[in-house]
Design a protein around this ligand. Structure first.
Ligand SMILES: [Zn+2]
Length: 502
């Protein structure tokens, strides 16, 4: 994480003018609270790695107990004060209807309604929490097990997110008087008496989850114990707040604009591909190493695609991209046959990735195969097809492999190359990057859940979920569409803000 943090700091330090340019609007009556809400989301996303691109933290108003605030449909690590929306206890916008609300407002609204003592809520998809939620082994919060809410009886037998008032009420009922509730195939909702307490408590509970995982991994049995009484939320809060505002020169964090996208369509596609390479290599995602590659179909001529065949993804620039024509037979010494054949066979595919991500490859041999354990991994369905790779025959000079991969792929989202890597496809470069992220998260969670040595539940055990593409940042299937948000998806917008091009 250290390298990523240094990069983030560098991005912010270059923003002096933008920071001073803020502040023209009149301050909000609860400005200090909203600034703390920005800080809480950043601490949990960037300092503690508890919130992913889709989690969020909210707070109840201090002046009106029937109102509360949370960020719009945006990645929490990039949320700023103007992104905060005020809601009432029915999760209705106080200042007029909007179309950019987060989909899970009811998780927060119904909890504030049911629990007048709650002043702040964290909703996260942290791997440790999802892993315990999918294992028969309980997560102990001190000496009480954290309840697990199974959404399926309330959602036509399927997993999903808390995107309706009825789902919010059902979740709040399972929460009861507990501090937190695990959400099956999804994450956690944790309540607190203040934002500092929320940050401190969710961090402590994740630590507790890791301790229990470690004890079990070493063959011990976890003994539940009373929670330590000496916790000081203010100390944790002040320490991390300092780190967050340090990156912005002591001011309330704002977010940089993503790098401008060229207006020329070819240049815009090429720009996206350079960015995708950098994002996939970044410590936020860790999908690509020095040998994998990603390509994107040329929108203006679908019989061609862009790729940087001869450069490590972390070093790709515009000058390294080539446009490869599918209509003529071209020599391949760079492993491009996989891309050639997938684009030929699947007109719906707009982007292709070949990678060797260890967390994913770890679930391609042995008895444990990659299966969906979290909403974001639902597209894995009943398992991805596999193509065996001969380790004596380098994949980067193996034209026949492309046809075998395409034959196995069929209509699936990707193909596993056991003990070696995987190929992933999507309709757009934005969906592809998001899918790759979700695939690795799913693999991390699955491994953690198996390591707890209890019974593991999988998303595909009940009525199979559709493997249709749901678009970036909208992993759950079969529910009403979410708000529009940016066309590239909030995850792409966030990653392109924090991953520098050079
Ligand atoms: Zn969620």
């Amino acid at each position: 994480m250290m390298r990523a943090k240094a990069l983030i700091a560098a991005v912010f330090l270059g923003l002096g003018t933008a920071v001073t340019g803020q502040g023209t609007a009149a301050p909000h009556p609860e400005q200090a609270l909203l600034e703390d809400l920005v800080v809480a989301n950043r601490i949990l996303a960037r300092q503690l790695d508890i919130l992913d691109i889709q989690g969020h933290t909210s707070t109840r108003s201090r002046t009106n107990p029937n109102h509360w605030y949370m960020p719009k449909f945006i990645s929490p690590g990039g949320a700023t004060v103007p992104d905060m929306i005020e809601y009432d206890l029915d999760s209705k916008e106080v200042h007029g209807a909007r179309t950019d609300n987060a989909r899970e407002i009811y998780l927060h609204g119904e909890t504030y309604k049911a629990r007048p003592d709650v002043m702040a809520i964290v909703h996260a998809h942290t791997p440790e929490f999802v892993a315990f939620g999918m294992s028969s082994v309980p997560l102990w919060n001190g000496d009480s097990p954290v309840p697990v809410w199974d959404i399926r009886p309330f959602n036509r037998g399927r997993s999903g997110v808390v995107s309706t008032p009825a789902l919010g009420r059902a979740m709040a009922e399972e929460l009861g008087r507990s501090e937190a509730v695990l959400l099956w195939g999804h994450g956690i909702a944790l309540t607190a008496a203040s934002l500092p307490e929320a940050v401190s408590r969710v961090d402590a509970l994740r630590d507790a989850a890791q301790l229990q995982q470690a004890a079990i991994a070493m063959g011990d049995t976890w003994t539940p114990q009373t929670r330590a009484a000496t916790e000081d939320p203010a100390r944790t809060w002040e320490y991390h707040k300092k780190a967050v505002v340090k990156a912005t020169g002591g001011r309330v964090p704002i977010s940089p604009e993503p790098p401008p996208r060229p207006s020329d369509p070819d240049r815009a596609t090429a720009h996206d591909l350079v960015l995708a390479n950098r994002i996939l290599v970044s410590e936020e995602l860790r999908i690509l190493d020095t040998l994998g590659h990603v390509s994107v179909r040329n929108r203006r001529n679908p019989n061609s695609y862009f790729i940087a065949p001869r450069v490590a993804p972390g070093a790709v620039t515009l000058a390294d991209l080539v446009l490869r024509d599918l209509t003529t037979a071209q020599p391949d010494s760079d492993g491009l046959s996989i891309h050639d054949e997938v684009y030929r066979a699947r007109p719906d595919v707009g982007a292709v990735l070949y990678a060797r991500t260890p967390e994913i490859v770890a679930l391609t041999h042995g008895s444990a195969r990659l299966r969906p354990v979290v909403n974001g991994g639902a597209f894995i369905g009943n398992g991805l097809p596999e193509v065996a790779v001969d380790p004596r025959n380098p994949i980067l000079a193996n034209p026949a492999l492309g046809r075998r991969v395409t034959d196995a792929l069929g209509k699936a989202a990707g193909v596993l190359l056991p003990r070696h890597g995987f190929v992933l496809t999507a309709g757009s470069i934005y969906s592809l990057v998001d899918r790759a992220y979700q695939l690795r998260q799913n693999a991390i969670i699955q491994r953690q859940a198996i390591a707890l040595r209890g019974r593991v539940a999988y998303l595909n055990e009940r009525p199979a979920e559709s493997a249709q593409e749901t678009g970036p940042g909208q992993p759950n299937q079969g529910q009403q569409p979410g708000p529009t948000g940016p066309a590239e998806g909030r995850a792409w917008v966030y990653w392109s803000q924090i991953v520098p091009l050079d």
